[in-house]
Design a protein around this ligand. Structure first.
Ligand code: AMP
Length: 340
């Protein structure tokens, strides 16, 4: 990190610390369909504030994820319990777009801090927050938040639970340190977190052990994936597949990493029916081809190599596949390679 970026980050951390100190009531938000990173930083921040300021009223809310809650993270609090009428600070974590905030009441907060590792959204209507700490150079929001806590560890306590939540988020968003965004700093931060004495092996068991139901979903992916001539790999979960496999919409993208290992794969998609919206969630992954601009054409966005979006109907699939294939061809042309 360059010196000027370090100074900027340091100043942002100072504001976050000051605002947390200032407010007696704080509500912590994150994105919908939460993953390890979103839950890790939300529960990590909650734990850190309560450990250091036991008298503050702190809340964390949002939808659940049955694979991770209550196994690794506690149940989110009831939305109805939020003291939204009291003067309070809202902190959002790991969510770039206003519309993706889960259980969103941030318009009722006196001030909003946004801590995130996604780039700012393309659409200006989706931008929010009074104080921004946005650093896409970090592999996960948990890594960014860990740096904040570690930089203040001489003044504030970091409990083993807090360190464990953050470590889980870093492991999740780097796919066990495999994704290219994993940096020297990621490993340094993880080494520091591990010194807080939580059982990492037990945590790995909880994250990666799967039951027969989940193995069946993986089997479905391996048996049913399709691949275009340019290397767009995709798997579709229709309403009846979700029912037969006894799975939730948020699980549709859980096995994209297995498909990502296929040599021929360039862009990997899961397309999952969402009953409540009557549309399809699309998760995009790639090895080295930037796909966030492509995802933004499909009501979404995200990171360079891991993004999300949606399509209204399965009739849009051919256009989506064509766009992915064209993205692959263009990328290969720019790299001076012929696509297979
Ligand atoms: P997913 O595979 O859907 O979990 O998405 C992968 C990444 O893209 C995550 O980091 C999400 O935060 C981000 N993402 C997913 N959906 C959207 C969306 N509709 N708009 C912006 N970012 C998204």
């Amino acid at each position: 990190m360059e010196k000027k970026d370090f100074i900027q980050l340091h100043n942002e951390f100072k504001i976050i610390e000051k605002k947390i100190r200032q407010y007696d009531v704080i509500i912590i938000y994150r994105h919908q369909s939460p993953d390890l990173d979103a839950l890790g930083c939300q529960c990590g921040l909650y734990t850190w504030i309560k450990d250091n300021y036991p008298l503050k009223e702190v809340f964390f809310v949002g939808d659940t994820n049955n694979n991770l809650i209550p196994l690794i993270f506690p149940m989110p609090m009831e939305e109805s319990s939020l003291p939204v009428k009291k003067e309070h600070l809202a902190i959002t974590l790991d969510v770039s777009d206003y519309k993706r905030i889960a259980s969103n009441h941030i318009n009722l907060a006196k001030e909003v801090i946004k801590i995130d590792h996604h780039p700012l959204p393309e659409n200006k209507d989706d931008i929010f927050g009074n104080y921004l700490c946005i650093h896409p150079e970090f592999a996960s929001a948990c890594e960014l938040l860990s740096l904040f806590f570690l930089s203040r560890s001489s003044k504030y306590k970091i409990s083993s639970k807090c360190a464990e939540y953050l470590y889980a988020g870093i492991v999740g968003d780097t796919n066990r340190f495999l994704y290219p965004a994993t940096s020297i700093s990621t490993f340094n931060i993880c080494a520091s977190l591990l010194s807080y004495n939580f059982d990492k092996d037990e945590l790995y068991n909880k994250i990666y052990q799967i039951d027969k139901r989940r193995l069946n979903i993986l089997k479905y992916c391996l048996n049913n994936y399709q691949i275009t001539s340019k290397g767009t790999v995709y798997v579709i979960f229709e309403k009846e597949d979700l029912k037969r496999l006894n799975m939730e919409t948020y699980e549709g993208n859980n096995y994209l990493n297995e498909l990502r290992n296929l040599i021929e794969a360039n862009i990997i998609l899961s397309i999952t029916y969402i009953e409540s919206k009557k549309n399809y969630r699309v998760s995009f992954r790639s090895k080295n081809i930037p796909i966030n601009i492509l995802a933004s054409k499909y009501n979404g966005g995200g990171h360079k190599f891991a993004s999300g979006g949606s399509i209204d109907s399965i009739k849009s699939l051919p256009k989506l596949l064509k766009d992915c294939d064209e993205t692959i061809t263009l990328f290969n042309k720019q790299q001076g390679k012929t696509s297979h």
